[in-house]
Write a protein that binds this ligand. Structure first.
Ligand code: FE2
Length: 253
């Protein structure tokens, strides 16, 4: 009897909900149906949201792509879609808060929006989530970040571990970007290797070097739900979540 009790209490495994206590807010996902490469229906959206609730998440800041010519979303389109998802959350009595921002592709269209003040930011710090092309390094990215820093917005680079052209020996280019005042958001699923070995290695390196400010799921479809459960078992990620360095919880209020 005592032996079996001892084995229960000596288990070192940390439960998913204890780990999610350190996140509470997911700030990167594609849960507004039909406006980008994320969920296709309200049912898919709610399926994922229910899973977030089950894990103990309290708030979702969903971030559809704004990428001119590919995902021609506007602040208005995003706000209108958010209302539809909010209504469904209410009608199903689901206990979670949801806001919408965007994942902005860093191009001249983004700069137009920035200078016109037409940015869906989030948090008290006016965070704006930005992404690069995966294929080609943008030559003037340092200027763009300089432009952002001259406004009231605080840039967060989405999944810095996914840009292969930044994979140099000491991650010197990514370090330079951080030194420019850009915050980094790690994709939780990168740690599983779902975006390739390079992204996994760089993710681990960024965690080791304390370069991560936010974590996000970047979840696009219900079939990715299993990744969310799996990644919480990863020791690297567990260490990051328990480090106290993440800013996700500051987005609660
Ligand atoms: Fe994304």
């Amino acid at each position: 009897m005592f032996d079996s009790l001892k084995s229960i209490f000596s288990k070192s495994e940390i439960s998913d909900s204890v780990l999610v206590e350190n996140i509470k807010v997911d700030m990167h996902s594609h849960l507004l149906p039909g406006i980008d490469d994320g969920v296709k229906s309200i049912e898919e959206s709610i399926e994922i949201i229910r899973h977030f609730i089950g894990l103990g998440y309290k708030k979702i800041i969903t971030t559809p792509h704004i990428m001119k010519g590919t995902y021609d979303n506007t602040s208005e389109i995003i706000k209108n879609k958010l209302q539809i998802v909010r209504q469904e959350i209410q009608s199903q009595n689901l206990d979670i808060e949801i806001e919408a921002s965007a994942e902005y592709y860093l191009d001249t269209h983004f700069l137009d929006l920035l200078f016109n003040g037409d940015i869906l930011s989030f948090g008290k710090e006016n965070y704006v989530l930005v992404e690069f092309s995966y294929l080609q390094k943008q030559n003037d990215y340092q200027n763009i970040f300089m432009n952002i820093s001259q406004t009231d917005y605080q840039p967060i680079l989405a999944h810095p571990e996914r840009y292969a052209y930044f994979y140099d020996k000491n991650l010197s280019q990514l370090k330079q970007i951080k030194e420019q005042g850009v915050l980094f958001q790690l994709n939780l699923f990168s740690i599983l290797g779902v975006y390739g070995k390079g992204a996994k290695m760089v993710a681990e390196h960024l965690v080791k070097e304390n370069m991560i400010d936010f974590v996000g799921t970047d979840i696009h479809k219900p079939k990715h739900i299993a990744y969310l459960d799996d990644c919480l078992k990863d020791k690297y990620l567990q260490k990051l979540l328990q480090s106290g360095n993440l800013k996700n919880k500051s987005l609660l209020s």
